[in-house]
Design a protein around this ligand. Structure first.
Ligand code: HPA
Length: 278
């Protein structure tokens, strides 16, 4: 595959996936670092390993299984990506958009995208969930946008509006579910950095000053591709660690994965609740 995605690449991948499952998903889910076990809740599961799908970016990091899980959750036909790929793994931005394009070709109307993130907002604690109300596309400002290259007119316009990436109705549903189910739900702005190095204290002071609440290395490219193609997006961060604003605490991948154990049950409750209300 060259630098950019074409409709042919997308359809080759989508046609291959269709050979492995009869499920026609209405909702797509991307499960972030340590959050993959959420897919265990999916009933009548049919698995498609990423390696079987031509061009599909394969996860290389621990905490990401690397398969599509098709099935039913709360009576909805869903597909979950158990594990995702990141820019820091070496994939070009357009290629990172392929999974979302394939899910769009399979007919999803809604994308629920999750991630593990560091708390930049000092009020947030590891184990908290944060509903994304917006994102800061810093990686895009640095020249890395998944829509770079020829526009795929079949999906959306050349210059897509980004004033409401995270669907307001879905946000309202998530708030209602959190209240009813007594799941604590923070809200805020997520920023995607390239990684893989974590942030310095100076990076974090800069991000805080820019209005960021949580920092991670994913989600924004996928949300942009989804929104470009008219898919309604809901984003949730699982706060896995306090980003080291004070410079005294280290951040490790192990703590990010450990937090997943606390986060998965809460996130499962929240996403199931939203699915029930669709
Ligand atoms: N920084 C960046 N990405 C992350 C973090 C962090 O502190 N935690 C989980 N993903």
């Amino acid at each position: 595959m060259g630098d950019f995605l074409t409709i042919e690449h997308i359809d080759i991948a989508a046609n291959e996936v269709r050979k492995h499952t009869k499920v026609r998903p209405r909702v797509g889910m991307i499960l972030g670092s340590g959050l993959g076990p959420l897919a265990d809740a999916i009933e009548k599961a049919e698995l498609v390993p990423y390696g079987k799908v031509p061009g599909w970016p394969v996860s290389t990091v621990r905490g990401h299984v690397g398969q599509l899980v098709f099935g039913e959750l709360e009576g909805q036909p869903v597909v979950a990506m158990q594990g995702r790929t990141h820019f820091y793994e070496g994939y070009d931005m357009p290629r990172l958009g392929l999974p979302v394009r394939v899910m769009q070709r399979l007919g999803i109307e809604i994308l629920m995208v999750t991630n593990a993130a560091g708390a930049v907002n000092p009020d947030f604690e590891p184990g908290d969930l944060m509903l994304l109300t917006d994102h800061l596309n810093l990686i895009g400002m640095a020249g890395q946008n998944p829509l770079r290259g020829p526009n795929l007119d079949e999906f959306g316009v050349r210059f897509p509006d980004m004033s409401q990436v995270y669907d307001r109705k879905l946000q309202a549903v998530a708030r209602d579910v959190a209240k009813a189910e007594k799941v604590g739900l923070r809200e805020g702005v997520y920023v995607c950095l390239a990684g893989p190095s974590f942030e310095t204290p100076a990076d974090l002071r800069f991000l805080r000053g820019a209005g960021v609440d949580a920092v991670g290395m994913s989600t924004v490219p996928e949300a942009i591709v989804a929104h470009h193609g008219g898919t309604r997006v809901m984003g949730v961060s699982g706060i896995s660690n306090k980003a080291n604003l004070d410079g005294d605490t280290e951040t490790t991948h192990d703590e990010v994965l450990e937090a997943g154990e606390v986060l998965v049950p809460k996130l499962t409750k929240l996403l199931r609740g939203v699915l029930r209300k669709l």
